[in-house]
Design a protein around this ligand. Structure first.
Ligand code: PXP
Length: 237
């Protein structure tokens, strides 16, 4: 059975747009869990553009599944993560100007920094996943450096036109098989939506998919009707 991790970052994006407390990403996480989410994912970015430090602590305190904390390897965020002590972190690359995570973490070129961080987290009893492009060299390096889990970057598959879907699935499937052979747990994520998830899982049956944007976007439309009706009924409009 494939598990679903729900990323609730964009609930915090909407909250921060008004500077108040609503909508609360923790309440969204609890609702996602009530609907069957197997874990909750949030990304504590260096610029704290959506999830903030108190959100991480509240999520850890209140959710009943497990929290995967996405993060870049910056000293500031590493220290927050070690203090917060989530069950698992996921290493992602981060550039301030990007709209979202744009590529996998390069385990080959940043091997010593990654090895050092993996050791610190493992010593603290925190599992480590690394978000990588579906390339054999990246899978092997993540394994060699001691990651428990890899998350394969599905962005290129998700954004592929019809001529590129097949080759992108081939890449993902090859990386998935190699990861399994090496004993890694293999996850997938980025850009997955209601139109492309089945095509992925038919070929690449990863242990877990992490999905954020499409679920939060869909929630606006599945919820807007009842939200408007509730306001009209309440105010007699
Ligand atoms: N996995 C990783 C490593 C990510 O950075 C993101 C986006 O925060 C996701 C999964 C979820 O991607 P999306 O929001 O496109 O579903």
């Amino acid at each position: 059975m494939v598990l679903l991790g729900v990323n609730i970052d964009h609930v915090a994006t909407v909250r921060n747009a008004r500077g108040g407390t609503e909508p609360d990403p923790v309440a969204a996480a609890l609702a996602a869990e009530a609907a069957g989410a197997d874990s909750i994912v949030c990304h504590l970015r260096e610029d704290r553009r959506h999830i903030r430090d108190p959100d991480v602590h509240e999520l850890l305190r209140r959710i009943s599944t497990s929290l995967q904390l996405e993060m870049a390897l910056s000293d500031d965020v590493i220290n927050v993560a070690l203090k917060a002590n989530p069950p698992e972190i996921m290493v992602v690359p981060e550039r301030r100007a990007e709209l979202t995570t744009e590529g996998g973490f390069d385990c080959v070129n940043h091997a010593s920094r990654l090895a050092d961080a993996i050791k610190r987290f493992r010593d603290a009893g925190i599992g480590v996943s690394v978000f990588i492009d579906p390339d054999a060299s990246q899978v092997r390096k993540a394994h060699e450096l001691g990651a428990h889990t890899i998350e394969l970057h599905t962005g290129p598959y998700s954004h592929a036109d019809t001529t590129r879907i097949g080759p992108e699935l081939d890449r993902l499937e090859t990386a998935y098989r190699l990861g399994c052979e090496l004993g890694l747990e293999v996850h997938a994520g980025h850009g997955l939506n209601y139109g492309n998830i089945r095509g992925l899982l038919q070929r690449v049956p990863v242990a877990k998919v992490n999905i954020g944007h499409s679920i939060i976007s869909r929630a606006v439309f599945t919820g807007i009707g009842s939200a408007v009706a509730e306001m009209k009924a309440l105010a007699g409009l």
